[in-house]
Design a protein around this ligand. Structure first.
Ligand SMILES: [Ca+2]
Ligand SMILES: [Ca+2]
Length: 217
């Protein structure tokens, strides 16, 4: 009886784990540099691919402020790889939003990335967060996140994103993903010197107030 109970829990856990495997997260953890590949960097954000029946939900989240001090960073372009054995140059990928998807199998190029080529690209021009759905053949083919768990022709990056409004209004940067991760990365915020001074003086004031209060007793 106890054994049957244990087997039940193991099966439940396996079911939970397999349902968790329906999403794939690419950490945007490197900066694309001319000819030299992708230099590891603190995370710029992430791409999440989640299974949605025949479709795959695509979301891109960018960290950090934009260079103009008003708008966040811009998602200019997204590039993914796919299983070359399953799809081809003639595959009719599309998005629910209607943003056209360019399919160039092993020929999609991130600017400055001279090492490898990717497969898919599209230009959403969204700020900071982008949500859409990727389809194939008007949704008639059952797409899964695992179909995009492939690296470029240099076997280096899973995906690339062109980020605009960074580091200045007119500036932009291409970042890539060296790693698939189990949970979304979190933003690492480095406080500016002025913030540190404010925080420091705030703490001193609080300490002084605490001392005054203590003396009154
Ligand atoms: Ca490919
Ligand atoms: Ca599916």
């Amino acid at each position: 009886m106890r054994k049957a109970f244990a087997i039940f829990w193991v099966l439940l856990l396996l079911g939970f784990l397999s349902s968790q495997a329906q999403a794939i997260i690419f950490d945007l953890d490197c900066i694309i540099v001319g000819g030299n590949g992708c230099t590891p960097s603190p995370s710029f954000g992430f791409i999440q691919l989640t299974d949605d029946g025949n479709k795959v939900d695509v979301s891109v989240t960018l960290f950090g402020p934009g260079g103009d001090g008003v708008n966040p960073r811009k998602i200019n372009e997204i590039q993914l790889n796919y299983d070359d054995a399953l799809f081809s140059d003639a595959s009719a990928f599309s998005t629910t939003s209607g943003t056209p998807v360019d399919v160039k199998e092993n020929d999609t190029k991130a600017d400055g990335y001279a090492l490898g080529r990717l497969d898919l690209s599209w230009k959403p021009t969204a700020f900071s967060v982008y949500n859409d759905e990727l389809l194939l053949d008007a949704g008639g083919t059952n797409l899964d996140p695992a179909h995009f768990l492939f690296k470029d022709t240099a076997n280096l990056i899973f995906a690339a994103v062109h980020i605009g409004n960074f580091p200045s209004t007119a500036g932009s940067i291409w970042v890539g993903s060296l790693n698939e991760v189990a949970v979304p990365p979190v933003e690492v915020v480095i406080p500016e010197p002025s913030t540190m001074i404010l925080l420091g003086s705030g703490l001193l004031m609080a300490a002084a107030a605490g001392r005054r209060k203590f003396r009154k007793k």
